[in-house]
Design a binder for this molecule. Structure first.
Ligand SMILES: Cc1ncc(COP(=O)(O)O)c(C=O)c1O
Length: 322
């Protein structure tokens, strides 16, 4: 271990620590400096930011395709709602955050990317007390997009039940930076050789995945997603439900609604569906080690994914250019 006291020598040590995965990182706005950098080595968050040592902050994540942010307004609304829920106030308002995010995307200058905005409690001490910081700091990260899940997994996804219980509704319904239970769910999925794992609440009803929503096409032919009070309101799930309402003509679907979904409903479902910003609509073809939906991507998941892809690429009303 070296002891380094000067910033120049420290910078040289940082320079020597480039990692292969940095090639996927495109640009970061650092609100502590009010500056954007395209060099991932400079993507740093102070160790005394309460985000780092307490998980005290909120975030949201969206996707850009063909140089436009998809459903950006909905992500911004959820971001500001999450911030309000933990008493984080951005004095200049949401439009100022929007401006900074879009300017960061312009610097990133790629037609396709994922973008993450994080509002931290800010630096000031290592205490847990949120009032012990100098004020919120915004960070915006743009990084490489990996394409829709069903394009790289045409056979569909494997999913299973997680041992993890859903978060308390107050925290489940916001996007806080405390994602330890979510990380443990993803670990359950990976340990079981699955792509996704879903949690069930104490009453035995479906909640959600680690960073995705789960729904089903019931045995009765309805598209069902869990009730809103105990899960994150997925922007993708909500848009998928809107698109599905236009398809509920009795042939493909008989209806679209929120419902309590039991383990048995999952087992008897015609299809199991997963939605998320990084995924679009995914057909689950294996649930808890058994074939789901006949073991192949079903007609509803396939139609909804096609409709969502068209919406992402062509719906001018939901595309914010940069
Ligand atoms: C816990 C959780 N549920 C669901 C989702 C899906 O939400 P969205 O469609 O807005 O990406 C996410 C995505 O970030 C999440 O973190």
């Amino acid at each position: 271990m070296k002891t380094i006291s000067g910033i120049k020598e420290w910078a040289a040590a940082v320079e020597a620590a480039r990692k292969p995965w940095h090639s996927r990182y495109i640009a970061m706005y650092d609100g502590g400096l009010d500056a954007v950098t395209t060099d991932p080595l400079l993507w740093r968050i102070p160790a005394d930011d309460h985000l780092v040592h307490r998980g005290d902050g909120v975030f949201d994540m969206f996707k850009c395709e063909r140089r436009a942010a998809y459903n950006f307004k909905a992500h911004m609304e959820r971001f500001m709602r999450s911030a309000r829920a933990i008493g984080l106030e951005w004095k200049k308002g949401a439009s100022d955050i929007e401006r900074i995010v879009l300017e960061t995307l312009a610097v990133a200058d790629r037609p396709e990317l994922f973008a993450r905005m994080t509002l931290s409690r800010g630096p000031g001490s290592f205490a847990v007390n949120p009032y012990d910081s100098e004020g919120p700091v915004l960070y915006v990260m743009a990084y490489e997009w990996h394409g829709p899940f069903m394009e790289s997994h045409p056979q569909g996804a494997k999913a299973c039940e997680s041992r993890e219980k859903p978060k308390d509704p107050r925290y489940a319904t916001m996007k806080s930076c405390n994602y330890l239970p979510n990380a443990m769910m993803k670990r359950d999925a990976a340990d079981a050789g699955c792509d996704f794992a879903a949690s069930f609440d104490a009453r035995g009803f479906l909640a959600e995945g680690a960073t995705e929503n789960f729904g089903i096409v019931s045995a009765g032919g309805e598209l069902l997603f869990p009730k809103a009070d105990g899960i994150l309101q997925g922007v993708t799930m909500e848009r998928t439900m809107e698109l599905a309402r236009g398809m509920a003509d009795g042939k493909l679907l008989r209806g679209v609604r929120r419902a309590d979904i039991s383990r048995r409903d999952m087992e008897e479902a015609r299809e199991i569906i997963v939605t998320g910003t990084t995924l679009d609509v995914v057909a689950v073809t294996e649930w808890n080690g058994r074939p789901a939906g006949g073991g192949a991507p079903g007609p509803v998941a396939t139609a909804l994914n096609a409709a969502l892809r068209r919406d992402i690429l062509e719906n001018g009303a939901l595309r914010t250019p940069y």
